[in-house]
Design a binder for this molecule. Structure first.
Ligand SMILES: [Zn+2]
Length: 74
């Protein structure tokens, strides 16, 4: 079972006030986040961007644990 990670745009330096949350496995999140950052945030698709995105990835479980526990299983 692959663990899901999340990227929260609110953690990302952005001037557009984006609040998007992307979750999935690492590869999916990285791909989606790069595309999103380029298209919506106007970033350049560079190794630096990927590095930054990876550093902002969080374990989905940790986040859910921090917030109020919801038994929201799908
Ligand atoms: Zn965004």
């Amino acid at each position: 079972m692959s663990r899901r990670v999340i990227i929260d745009c609110r953690d990302f330096p952005n001037e557009i006030g984006c609040t998007l949350l992307i979750s999935g496995n690492k590869k999916e999140v990285l791909n989606a986040a790069v595309r999103h950052a380029v298209e919506e945030h106007g970033h350049q698709d560079t190794p630096e961007l990927k590095r930054q995105i990876k550093s902002l990835m969080k374990n989905e479980k940790e986040i859910i644990h921090k917030k109020t526990k919801k038994g929201n299983k799908k």
